[in-house]
Design a protein around this ligand. Structure first.
Ligand code: AMP
Length: 145
């Protein structure tokens, strides 16, 4: 399962790379929602977040705050979203795990308005909540890959 991101990671396709370590590469998004929109990508080829190895997961956890700090510093933005889509139904276009870091510019700053969110909350189902939490809790135990 190779995608365009593997070719970017291997530098077969040019990108504006901003970060690289043994597990993670980050580069500017080619169609940014705002100035400084960056993609943070594990070198490991996996389509979904839950398929990642523990080593990639740890490296991403370490790299994301570092890169977010750098994006905020370089753009002057003081707010941002981190977005990570899994599956085409959830808006994932490139089937290789990636995190978007998307600065939220000040109103009128130009260069895009950042991420728009259509958030329609429902109510937690009181009958289902305990069963649901039990199921997820059980799945978390010993779930390291
Ligand atoms: P997603 O919908 O979460 O899969 O987002 C995929 C992202 O990859 C989009 O924001 C695209 O603009 C970005 N993208 C696709 N091709 C490239 C490329 N060659 N260089 C940089 N970003 C890209």
């Amino acid at each position: 399962m190779s995608s365009i991101f593997t070719r970017i990671i291997q530098r077969e396709i040019p990108s504006h790379e901003v970060y690289r370590d043994d597990y993670v590469v980050a580069f500017l998004d080619i169609a940014p929602l705002s100035r400084g929109h960056v993609l943070v990508v594990p070198i490991e080829e996996r389509e979904y977040l839950h398929e990642l190895s523990e080593a990639s997961a740890r490296a991403l956890g370490s790299a994301l705050p570092r890169i977010a700090r750098a994006v905020m510093g370089a753009t002057g933005a003081t707010a941002y979203n981190v977005l990570q889509n899994n599956g085409s139904a959830a808006h994932q276009a490139v089937p290789h795990v990636h995190f978007h870091i998307i600065p939220k510019p000040a109103a009128g700053a130009g260069g895009g308005s950042g991420l728009g969110i259509h958030w329609q909350p429902t109510q937690l189902n009181a009958h289902d909540a305990a069963t649901l939490a039990d199921g997820i809790r059980a799945g978390c135990v010993g779930a390291d890959s």
